[in-house]
Write a protein that binds this ligand. Structure first.
Ligand code: PBG
Length: 330
């Protein structure tokens, strides 16, 4: 018997052209995976680009419906809403006011774009004068006092039309507190997407410009997680599962792909990855300089999150990638 020799195993056979590559492709980006973040601010007739996030805008309430219609028309199923209120105070009371920025936005969107699934980011940093994610006592965020305010915030969001709430403040017991408050107020059908493993990350920089939410002193390391920790991320996720979370999140995404995989292997809940502002801005900046192929880097980044195990991706790229899918380019 004559063999033509080595190598006998040739993986390249399955890479010869796009047709066979399509057949053996393990992961895909789809519209169905995407959540688009929307920044809403006080004022009227405002559509302003965030300087550090080209292509991302802040809208006043009268302009937000048009922006969300565009997202709907691209085939994206959900948005996550971030509010920038006119008045900040010590406790962030705008977050539970019927006249709060998020509440006004919810009412407009429910009416104007009823097909869109509305998720609210539930936190305080954009609403407090000090920029921390809760009530301060002696320069520290008071966990349990913050839980009570979180309960007021989520009930108000639900009353004004939120379809899902997403607590991002990393307070202990936040998921359980929120679940109880929603159930007691008659919103047992509203799911909670918990920012379970949220790391104290420098990749949130551009978001803090966009949302005016940088802390006025100190940092968030006494509540957000240490980037060095992996087992602790799993602990946070498993606690949130026990507390009644419906979806768990890992944030940021790209520098935490290992965490996404671990979470996926250790829970049965859908896993969301947040492709955060700094991850977006770096790609945009390098693209602008001509140093990288922006679209290709975007797609490669997003597919890495899918491959790691993300079921859902929150990304500022959502509109761009949906357009590419619609044109048949992905
Ligand atoms: C907190 C919140 C933050 C982000 C989402 N929710 C900021 C923070 O924790 O400082 C960051 C998102 C991003 O960087 O894109 N409300």
């Amino acid at each position: 018997m004559i063999t033509s020799g080595f190598p006998f195993l040739r993986p390249r056979r399955l890479r010869r052209n796009e047709n066979i590559r399509r057949l053996v492709r393990e992961n895909r980006i789809n519209h169905d995976d995407l959540i688009y973040p929307i920044f809403v601010r006080y004022g009227e007739n405002v559509v302003e680009e965030v300087p550090s996030m080209p292509g991302v805008f802040r809208y006043s309430v009268d302009k937000v419906a048009d922006a969300v219609k565009e997202v709907r028309d691209l085939g994206i199923p959900a948005v996550i809403i971030f509010g920038i209120p006119e008045h900040k105070d010590e406790v962030g009371s705008d977050t539970w006011s019927d006249e709060g920025i998020v509440q006004k936005t919810l009412r407009v969107l429910k009416k104007e774009v009823p097909e869109m699934y509305l998720i609210t980011d539930v936190c305080f940093c954009e609403y407090t004068s000090h920029g921390h994610c809760g009530v301060l006592h002696d320069h520290e965020v008071d966990n349990d006092a913050t839980l009570e305010n979180l309960q007021k915030q989520v009930v108000s969001h639900a009353q004004n039309g939120a379809d899902m709430v997403a607590p991002s403040g990393m307070m202990d017991g936040m998921v359980r507190s929120i679940r109880i408050a929603l159930d007691d107020a008659g919103f047992s059908h509203i799911p909670i997407m918990a920012y379970s493993a949220k790391f104290a990350s420098a990749f949130y920089g551009p978001f803090r410009d966009a949302a005016e939410s940088a802390p006025s002193f100190g940092d968030r390391r006494s509540y957000q997680m240490d980037p060095a920790n992996s087992r602790e991320a799993l602990k946070e996720v498993l606690m949130d599962v026990q507390e009644g979370a419906d979806v768990v999140m890992v944030k940021p995404a790209l520098t935490y792909l290992d965490i996404i995989t671990k979470v996926k292997e250790n829970t049965l809940l859908p896993v969301c990855a947040y492709n955060v502002s700094g991850e977006y801005s770096m790609v945009k900046a390098a693209g602008k300089l001509g140093w990288i192929d922006e679209k290709k880097v975007m797609l490669e980044s997003l597919i890495s999150m899918k491959r790691a195990g993300a079921d859902i991706i929150i990304t500022y790229f959502a509109k761009e990638v949906a357009e590419m899918i619609n044109r048949g380019e992905v």
